[in-house]
Structure formats: structure tokens, C-alpha cells
Write a protein that binds this ligand. Structure first.
Ligand SMILES: [Zn+2]
Length: 455
């Protein structure tokens, strides 16, 4: 077997930074061995090397309206009024439009340090096409850009708690149990033929599925990762209490075991008791700080959760922002504002915030998406980000200080290269397809944003 050698002047490994390491890769881009010392290599990476970030929660179609929901209405705005605008935009999309949006988004996310996307996909029937069509558009987009993808087809049945009828605009999301199982099985067959694609399950929320229906679904697909939106908005918690007599996280925990199979997206509104139970149970909590801020959701008690052994990952969610560093920065800032302290998510005394938080989120994200990435060690895919040693704020610093600077004081040009599975897709901060794909995206966004009344 021919091995390829990548020399790393600095490498962030699970036990910290190491100088002068050589990654040995097999033909599929998986790390076979890591050798110590400055030795001859096929490629010499230009700066400190960190594992690619894993994005556990994305809705690609929402990139269409990034930044376009800023005009205040007479009644005042909320998550729920934003949702109506977003639903209207979905109504305009054809499957091929979704492919264009997702390609551009995955390109931008890769430039932002994400090498693996978790796509939580619910607009199944775009322009009344078969559900598989829109999923295929997402898979095609990921392959074109070179990103790893965990596709999370969403099971959406109801319009609200108490099995409420879905609204007209929710119709394209609705699948019954048979349709959902058939879609997951079709996607599983596609994933079996591909290296960087995995499939998970995604009951949308306890609003959109009945909690009693979950155990049968989990039994039908043993071992599949499960993602769910939970406790994002106060009104959702209120409705849950009204219908079930308890809060969403508690309700879910009464019906399923919240172990490492689960990823709870936006567990924003939780009690102290729920935090303790979740941390002990092993589920990953997926936080999307820029979207949660944009939608006025609130702040999850991440500090208390992590201090009790809880595991968190990050997601770009509405894709308003596409930088992994920016997402981590806001996560940390939110906790500082809550706690009136600094460096709360660094991972312990002596740890640097950038390295500690990056390592934690990448590793837990990979676990939540069932992907062999998230840290750089034998057996893992070589998904990595190389920081630029030439940026004025990064020059002549050690790797700890460079990563802290990127996370807390990000500027364009701080990322040099991004690799997935041993292939370099981003150089000098620019994806190889940026020029080629830009015109299609620009045309589509301008046209659909106008039609949706957003621009
Ligand atoms: Zn979401």
C-alpha cells in the first residue's frame, strides 16, 4: 500500500499540541500512523494543524435568507414570525435550487473551518417532487464541495403538540411512518456505497412527532444516531407542559434512554435537574450560538453542563454565519455574560480556550454524527484545518496563541488550508470552486429573495 506523508509543524492531538509530526495516510485519506520528528514528506503543511470542525446542525435552505429578516414589523418580531418568512421562502424552492444553495453553503462552511456537515433536512417535497429528490440534491452538493455529510432526514408529522394538524406551509415536510422508513432505507443504500456519507434519524421535535411514536422508530433503525430539536423557545416549553405536564427534555427522557445515540439540538430551556440528568445520560447537546442569538432563543447553561461531564457540539443551523471560530466565540461569550467570568469553557486550569473548546466540540460533534473524524489519530479520516502563519495577528506566535486568536479575534485570512479525507479543497482561505459557483448562487439568492419579499 502506498502511503502519503503530510508534515505538520504543529499538530493538535487529543492530548495537546505536538511539534514536528508526520501524518501517514492511506489511499482513502485515513490516518494510518503519526510519526514524530521533522522528516521528509510528500506535503509540508504551512502552519499549525487542527482537526476539522464538525457542524452537527445545518438547514442549507436557510442560507437563502441570511441577513434578510431585519426589517421590524408592526407587531414586533420573534422566532415564530421569522419562521413564517422562512416557510414562505421554502415554497419557492425547486430541488435544483436547494442543490445550488447547499453547494455554496458547504463551500463557505468549509472555508470557515467545518469539514463535516450534519444536514437536518425537512423540506422534503420541494415543488411537489418525491422526497428522495431533495435529499439527493444535498448529497450531490456535499460531493461537489468535498465535505463529509451526515444526512439527517427529518420525520415531521404534526403542526404542534397534541398531534395538531400541520399548517398549509408545513405540508412539504410531512411524511407518515412508512414514507419516512422508506426514505431512510433508500438513503442507507446510497450511503453504503460512499465513504463520507452517513445517515441518521431526525424526529423534528416533540411538536412535530408524538413522543409515543419514537421507540418504534428507534427499534427499526438500531445504532443510527438520533437528532431532535428540543426546548428551543419558551412557548414550546409552555405548550409541552400544557399537553404533557412536564418540560420537553423530561418528557423525552421518560420515553427513551438519552444515551450517546442522541443529540439534543438547542436544549436551551432546561432546569438544573434536567442538566444533571442529561450530563449523566451521555447525550450530546448541539448548540448553535449565532442562530440562537439571532432568533432570541436564550442561553443554555453550557458551563454547568460541561462541569458535570456533559458533552456539547456546535452547529451553524440557520447558516447566518459560517465560521466555526465565530460560533465557538459566541458560545463562550454567552457563558461569560451569564456567569460574569472569563475562559469558562476552556476545559480546566492551564488550558487555553481556543484549543480546549475546539478539541471538545470537534470530537463530540463527530460522535454525534457517527463520523470517523473529530480528532487526528490513527484510524480517523484526515479532515483538518491549517492556520495561516502569515496573517499579521498570527505571525511569530505559538500554536496555542494562534488558535486562541482565531477563535476570539477572527479576521479574514486566518485559515490557510482545509483538507477532507486527505484532499486539500481550500488554499489561502479560498475553496477551489469559489469562482465557478459564485454566479449561480448570486443569481438564485437575488431572484428568490425578491420573490419572497425579503429584498
Ligand atoms: Zn434546526
Amino acid at each position: 500500500m502506498t502511503l502519503r506523508n503530510l508534515y505538520c509543524p504543529w499538530l493538535l492531538q487529543p492530548d495537546g499540541w505536538q511539534a514536528d509530526r508526520v501524518l501517514q495516510l492511506d489511499q482513502r485519506g485515513v490516518i494510518v500512523d503519526i510519526l514524530a520528528g521533522d522528516r521528509p514528506a510528500d506535503v509540508r503543511l504551512p502552519g499549525p494543524v487542527i482537526p476539522g470542525m464538525v457542524n452537527v446542525h445545518s438547514h442549507a435552505h436557510q442560507r437563502l435568507m441570511a441577513g434578510l429578516s431585519g426589517r421590524r414589523s408592526a407587531e414586533g418580531d420573534s422566532f415564530w414570525s421569522w419562521r413564517e418568512q422562512m416557510y414562505a421562502a421554502i415554497g419557492l424552492l425547486a430541488p435544483d435550487d436547494l442543490r445550488v444553495l447547499a453547494s455554496w453553503l458547504y463551500l463557505e462552511l468549509m472555508e470557515g473551518g467545518y469539514t463535516c456537515q450534519g444536514e437536518f433536512h425537512y423540506p422534503h417535497r420541494l415543488k411537489s417532487a418525491e422526497p428522495l429528490t431533495s435529499s439527493l440534491a444535498l448529497i450531490e452538493a456535499a460531493e461537489q464541495i468535498g465535505t463529509a455529510l451526515t444526512l439527517l432526514p427529518v420525520w415531521y408529522r404534526y403542526g404542534g403538540f397534541g398531534r395538531a394538524q400541520p399548517g398549509e406551509r408545513q405540508r412539504p415536510f410531512i411524511l407518515d411512518a412508512q414514507e419516512y422508513s422508506a426514505l431512510v432505507r433508500q438513503l442507507e443504500r446510497l450511503a453504503a456505497e460512499r465513504d463520507r456519507l452517513t445517515i441518521g434519524l431526525a424526529p423534528h421535535s416533540l411538536r412535530a412527532v408524538a413522543v409515543e411514536e419514537l421507540s418504534e422508530l428507534l427499534g427499526d433503525f438500531p445504532g443510527r444516531k438520533v437528532h431532535i430539536h428540543i426546548a428551543e423557545q419558551p412557548a414550546e416549553v409552555h405548550d409541552c407542559i400544557e399537553h404533557h405536564g412536564c418540560r420537553p427534555v423530561t418528557l423525552l427522557g421518560r420515553h427513551v434512554e438519552l444515551d450517546s445515540r442522541w443529540c439534543l439540538i438547542h436544549a436551551t430551556h432546561v432546569t438544573e435537574g434536567e442538566v444533571v440528568n442529561l450530563a449523566g445520560a451521555g447525550a450530546v447537546v448541539g448548540l448553535c450560538p449565532t442562530t440562537e442569538a439571532d432568533l432570541g432563543d436564550g442561553l443554555f447553561p453550557a458551563t454547568e453542563f460541561i462541569n458535570q461531564g456533559g458533552r456539547i457540539a456546535i452547529g451553524s443551523d440557520s447558516n447566518l454565519h459560517t465560521s466555526a471560530a465565530g460560533e465557538l466565540c459566541l458560545l463562550e461569550w454567552g457563558q461569560r455574560l451569564r456567569r460574569h467570568q472569563r475562559n469558562v469553557l476552556a476545559g480546566g486550569a492551564g488550558q487555553h480556550l481556543g484549543s480546549g473548546l475546539w478539541r471538545h466540540a470537534a470530537q463530540q460533534g463527530a460522535e454525534a454524527l457517527g463520523q470517523v473524524c473529530g480528532y487526528l489519530a490513527p484510524g480517523r479520516r484526515a479532515d483538518l484545518v491549517v492556520l495561516s502563519p502569515d496573517h499579521p495577528l498570527l505571525q511569530n506566535l505559538g500554536p496555542e496563541a494562534m488558535l486562541d486568536t482565531w477563535v476570539m479575534a477572527e479576521q479574514p485570512g486566518m485559515v490557510d488550508e482545509v483538507w477532507v479525507g486527505g484532499e486539500c479543497h481550500v488554499r489561502r482561505g479560498v475553496h477551489r470552486l469559489r469562482k465557478e459557483l459564485e454566479p449561480d448562487f448570486v443569481r438564485l439568492r437575488a431572484c428568490l429573495a425578491r420573490q419572497a419579499g425579503l429584498a
